[in-house]
Design a protein around this ligand. Structure first.
Ligand code: PBG
Length: 325
């Protein structure tokens, strides 16, 4: 059927008709809110390159989470900024480590909130790499043992889901084994299965003080040029026992999201990362883009590509905006 019999504009006539035929919507149920937590009291420190994103001490974290829970957000993803760093990142699995304390506090105050923890070493190591350094390189198998300890320590604190973001080979399987051995068979794993070595993480590294002190992450994070490799990574994580897969970054990698969605039936998350957020914020601040519109359009695009869940620094703002509609 062609024009004039078929006129696509008929279904665009007004908002009610448009909403009837709309294929994709964003709701608060889709959103995971990332939060940075640090030691101290009364700290709510804005991150320079991420306006309206803060480092929170525990007392301030509670205030923030109270608001987002009231807005209907169901899940948070925690990143820790420890006071002490060392060669092996031991504060990442300390019983009174910053994330462990945050998880305990949040689960106590908000028992229904889904608490997800980032499992990685880069915020905790003095060299800023995501693993143990041996012979000037990140040693895969030695790192697996550290990651297993971190995941179990998060589970002990009460985490519902652990999210390994290190990109070591075999980490999902090793973490699953360690969680099960420790009796945490019902703690889920959301794996950063397809994590590219991306310059879009720049602002995050400022926020988390986790930039590598030498070299870069290209020997463990994926080459942005590859998509077949993304599928190999995703299949491996499924085999190793991942419950949710993640693609990261999101918007520049919509083809990857779509491919994984078509090939694999696991729930799929996408991470709209710090650089994506910072670009939108910066352009909006200059008056070059409409922040609210771009925020929704970017998230719709990510969901349309096939993501079930979206991790975004805009989560609170989206929830606030939806609540007003
Ligand atoms: C830790 C980690 C990073 C991000 C999430 N977990 C940084 C990195 O790999 O350097 C980036 C998130 C963002 O940019 O918002 N490995």
């Amino acid at each position: 059927m062609f024009f004039p019999e078929y006129r696509p504009r008929r279904l665009r006539k007004n908002e009610n008709i448009r909403s009837l035929v709309r294929e994709t919507i964003i709701t608060v149920d889709d959103l995971i809110y990332p939060l940075f937590v640090c030691e101290g009291k009364g700290v709510k420190q804005e991150i320079r390159s991420m306006p309206e994103v803060y480092r929170f001490s525990l007392d301030q974290l509670i205030e923030e989470v109270k608001q987002v829970v009231e807005l209907g957000i169901k899940a948070v993803l925690l990143f820790g900024i420890p006071d002490k760093k060392d060669e092996v990142g031991s504060s990442a699995y300390a019983k009174d480590g910053i994330v462990q304390k945050a998880v305990r506090t949040l689960k106590e105050k908000f028992p229904d909130l889904v608490v997800i923890t980032d499992v990685c070493l880069c915020e905790y190591t003095s060299h800023g790499h995501c693993g143990i350094i041996k012979n000037h390189t990140v040693d895969n198998d030695a790192t697996l043992e550290q990651l297993a300890k971190i995941a179990v320590s998060h589970a002990k604190a009460g985490a519902d889901i652990v999210a390994p973001s290190d990109m070591m080979d075999g980490r999902v399987g090793r973490i699953r084994e360690a969680l099960d051995e420790a009796g945490f068979t019902d703690v889920a794993i959301m794996s950063y299965a397809v994590k590219y070595c991306s310059a879009f993480y720049g602002p995050f590294r400022e926020a988390a003080e986790s930039a590598p002190q030498f070299g870069d992450r290209r020997s463990y994070q994926m080459d942005p040029a590859n998509i077949r490799e993304a599928l190999r990574e995703a299949y491996l994580d499924v085999q190793e026992g991942a419950d949710i897969l993640m693609v990261k970054p999101a918007m520049p990698y919509l083809d990857v999201i779509k491919t994984i969605r078509q090939e694999i039936n696991h729930p799929l998350a996408a991470y709209q990362v710090s650089g994506e957020y910072a670009m939108i914020k910066a352009a909006s601040k200059l008056g070059w883009l409409d922040e609210e519109k771009i925020m929704f359009e970017s998230l719709i695009a990510i969901k349309r590509a096939g993501a079930d869940l979206i991790i975004t620094y805009f989560a609170k703002k989206v929830a606030q905006t939806l609540a007003k509609r």
